[in-house]
Design a protein around this ligand. Structure first.
Ligand SMILES: *Cc1c(COP(=O)(O)O)cnc(C)c1O
Length: 352
């Protein structure tokens, strides 16, 4: 793979304690181009520097683009580990299909990512709760107006050393149940990690933040009755001892942390159900003291406890506003596997 070196390396962040999320970017990026004539070609690693685009480029007007989120860790044995990357590539190609973007060769991008991580290994933080966040993205690059799928694309991977996703770390989050705006509909793009989904969710997110909430808890668009997910996390509830998560009905993003959590919980004997969960069921459980725990799952936030939800102007505290037992166990288990402190029994770690 071609490697274009930069003359001067960037200064690394001064402290791992103040990384935040998505603020710093490493020296290099992986890029690959697509044209109708050549297919995917020109895979290389080059300096991560500003790139020039004509303002008539498709991505700026019609948001024909998709992304992924993964993490690389410094493991206990000194190797670099990436959590289930093959799952991300498979999902990215499913997102590509939904957005009329050509399928990409997963072996080429994995090789590119491995090489990029080897070059950037000094950027991987090691403090607990930190990681090197990996952001693969595809954008449509043809210069033309008109709503048609582009014939040219750019695939890129950029890297960002990160701490915790929320400013308050592992403190339980406060969620506002959104009963007006919707995130996704059946037949829409909710299952795809496509750019437009996130732009469409910002208005509700901003209004929730103004009221002091961390994120919005979305309901289904048709009936505004069933819980779907949070903007960047899938949702789990522990109701009367049963772990419940909304079934993937077509409008929910199929999270890899969600899938891994369901698997781990079942392996360790917990009762887990994937089914429709109405907001009324959650509220009723909270009122009757049967909502034991609630948490979100996602690469960025890992396992994130929920301490309070508000629905129709009423607040409901969960587990005294503290992280629950199952939530803590799952957090320790997943981060333990990622960091190599717990054996990787299920071969989830891609080692470099
Ligand atoms: C990325 C994402 C998730 C979490 O998926 P993971 O594969 O676990 O990172 C959940 N919901 C939405 C809307 C997302 O974009």
């Amino acid at each position: 793979m071609q490697f274009i070196k930069r003359d001067v390396l960037k200064e690394k962040p001064a402290s791992e304690a103040t990384l935040g999320f998505g603020k710093y970017f490493t020296d290099y990026m992986f890029t690959m181009k697509y044209t109708a004539e050549k297919g995917w070609h020109d895979a290389k690693i080059e300096p991560n520097e500003p790139v020039r685009f004509d303002l008539a480029t498709t991505i700026f007007h019609y948001a024909q683009g998709i992304f992924e989120g993964m993490k690389a860790f410094k493991r206990k044995d000194g190797t670099i580990g990436v959590f289930r990357p093959e799952e991300n590539w498979a999902r990215m190609n499913r997102s590509a299909d939904r957005m009329c973007i050509p399928q990409f060769p997963t072996d080429v991008v994995q090789e590119g990512l491995d090489e990029l991580l080897r070059i950037e290994k000094d950027w991987i933080p090691s403090a607990p709760g930190t990681a090197l966040y990996i952001r693969p993205t595809i954008v449509a690059t043809r210069i033309m107006l008109g709503v048609h799928a582009s014939t040219e694309y750019l695939f890129f991977i950029i890297l960002s050393p990160v701490g915790s996703y929320y400013a308050h770390g592992l403190e339980p989050t406060k969620l506002l149940v959104e009963d007006y705006y919707t995130r996704a509909t059946i037949g829409g793009t909710g299952e795809a990690k496509c750019l437009g989904n996130y732009a469409a969710s910002m208005k509700a997110g901003e209004e929730a933040e103004k009221k002091g909430f961390d994120q919005v808890l979305w309901l289904d668009a048709q009936e505004k009755k069933y819980v779907e997910e949070v903007g960047s996390m899938n949702m789990f509830f522990v109701i009367d001892g049963e772990v419940v998560t909304p079934a993937l009905v077509g409008s929910i993003l199929p999270g890899i942390t969600r899938k891994s959590s369901i698997f781990l919980l079942k392996e360790h004997g917990y009762k887990v159900s994937e089914r429709r969960v109405s907001i009324d069921e959650v509220i009723e459980a909270a009122q009757n003291g049967k909502l034991d725990e609630a948490f979100g799952t996602g690469t960025a936030a890992v396992i994130s406890p929920v301490g309070e939800i508000e629905f129709k102007g009423k607040k409901y505290e969960i587990n005294g506003g503290k992280m629950g037992k199952i939530t803590q166990w799952l957090y320790d288990e997943i981060t333990g596997i990622q960091r190599g402190e717990i054996a990787d029994e299920y071969h989830w770690i891609h080692q470099i």
